[in-house]
Design a binder for this molecule. Structure first.
Ligand code: ADP
Length: 421
């Protein structure tokens, strides 16, 4: 229901935004046409006034049979034309002239470049005053008429465009925030469900085993007691590991931990870990190879966290290899540090998930199959820790082919508080 409501609101707002944009375009078009009409009318009135003035002689000194080739008369005509246009508040760049209706020949004004436009111009008025008994036409042409009208609207267009953009930008940001929030809430719910399940299993196993030990009926053989005690110890260790993992992350989040860097031999740590892991691999019919190529393998790092980082990545390589795990750990030196690569031939990770797996609580969605256990905290811890050491971590992977995680640690520990504060 809530989800449905959110989508309905999204759709309604999107539709309204589209509606607003369409309405704006419609109004701007309307305004453009109105302005154009206003301009045309202004010019028409001004031309009419000029024509009337010429016809009535209007005290401006045009003789009935005007001779516009006379420079004085021409000058008077120019000033009359501009004056009338000025009255209509039209003082834009203009070309004007008078031509004979019958043959289109100009008897005054006009410019060779614009004669065609003047003959075709809608801004034209017939003159009754005749110089040669011919019907005359006074025409004006505004070469920049479109831009004149547009200029008048430009301010409003920009303003409405900016407001619309702000509105769209704000909407997209809010949608993104809501979706992110939703995803986060889903991940948290998954995490809580997952953790409840993961904690419940060892707790019930422990309680079952302890009840068996406490059963009054009959004597338990030493062997059975040992077996139950082992179960309790192993499950307890599992519980401890899980609780520690969660606590560690909460410490990371609050920036409440200090690294204790000291010199460690990366190759030695890898070999130690590899020994433990090889046993696990062998149980699943897999193998773990080391190809330690770095010439210089000493770095300054917090040993505990370094071991945890390596363990997390190796654990994943094992967990996410559905069949016999085939894992390779290699090292190489770069200019100022060492790059450790953990490669597997497991399920791989799709491109879009590769960017997300380092986020807290993120687990690649697997539908309803929950065969691989985890909290989605391991790689978040790895990234935070590697970066806290001044290094970086990256992944290369192809679905169904495998993954490679590269981790770089600088030789000299460079505290990077930003990584966890
Ligand atoms: P978890 O393993 O507890 O789910 P991680 O943070 O360690 O959490 O890993 C996040 C996700 O990245 C996992 O859910 C898994 O889908 C994916 N992933 C990590 N390592 C590998 C790997 N080596 N191969 C395939 N997928 C992996």
């Amino acid at each position: 229901m809530r989800k449905g409501l959110i989508y309905t609101i999204f759709v309604l707002i999107t539709a309204s935004l589209i509606g607003i944009v369409v309405t704006q375009v419609f109004w701007i078009r309307n305004a453009y046409h109105l302005k154009e009409e206003l301009f045309n009318r202004g010019v028409a009135i001004a031309l009419k006034s000029v024509a009337t003035a010429m016809e009535l002689n209007d005290g401006k000194g045009f003789p009935g049979n005007m001779d516009l080739s006379n420079v004085e008369v021409g000058k008077r005509f120019d000033s009359l034309f501009l004056e009338e246009m000025g009255c209509m508040r039209i003082d834009e760049e203009v070309v004007y002239g008078i031509y004979q209706k019958t043959d289109g020949k100009f008897i005054f004004g006009g410019f060779a470049n614009y004669e065609k436009e003047l003959r075709r111009s809608a801004h034209a008025v017939s003159l009754a005053g005749k110089s040669s008994g011919q019907a005359l036409v006074l025409a004006a042409f505004y070469p920049r008429q479109q831009s004149i009208v547009l200029r008048q609207l430009l301010g409003w267009m920009i303003l409405s465009g900016v407001f619309t953009l702000i509105l769209c930008g704000a909407f997209v940001t809010v949608v993104k925030m809501i979706l992110r929030q939703k995803k986060h809430t889903e991940m948290k719910t998954d995490f809580v469900n997952n953790m409840t399940h993961e904690l419940r299993t060892p707790i019930s196993t422990i309680s079952l085993a302890s009840e068996m030990l406490l059963k009054p009926t009959g004597e338990l053989s030493r062997e059975r007691i040992r077996r139950y005690a082992r179960v309790i110890r192993d499950e307890n260790l599992r519980l401890k590991r899980q609780v520690e993992q969660v606590l560690q992350i909460s410490l990371l989040d609050r920036g409440k931990f200090r690294l204790k860097p000291r010199q460690i031999d990366v190759h030695q740590v890898i070999e130690e870990r590899a020994k433990t892991f090889s046993l696990q691999m062998a149980k699943r019919g897999g193998q773990l190879d080391c190809n330690l190529q770095a010439d210089f393998s000493y770095i300054f790092a917090d040993r505990v966290h370094f071991v945890n980082v390596l363990t997390n990545v190796l654990d994943n390589a094992n967990k996410y290899s559905p069949q016999h795990p085939d894992i390779r750990v290699s090292t190489r030196n770069s200019d100022d540090g060492i790059v450790i690569s953990v490669e597997d031939k497991g399920g791989g990770i799709s491109k879009e998930n590769q960017e997300l797996i380092f986020k807290k609580l993120y687990r690649v969605p697997t539908g309803n199959i929950h065969d691989v256990k985890g909290f989605g905290l391991g790689l978040y811890y790895v990234k935070t820790m590697v970066e806290a050491h001044g290094g970086w971590v990256s992944v290369k992977s192809e679905p169904r082919k495998g993954s490679r995680f590269d981790m770089f640690f600088p030789f000299n520990y460079k505290e990077n508080k930003n990584a966890y504060e």
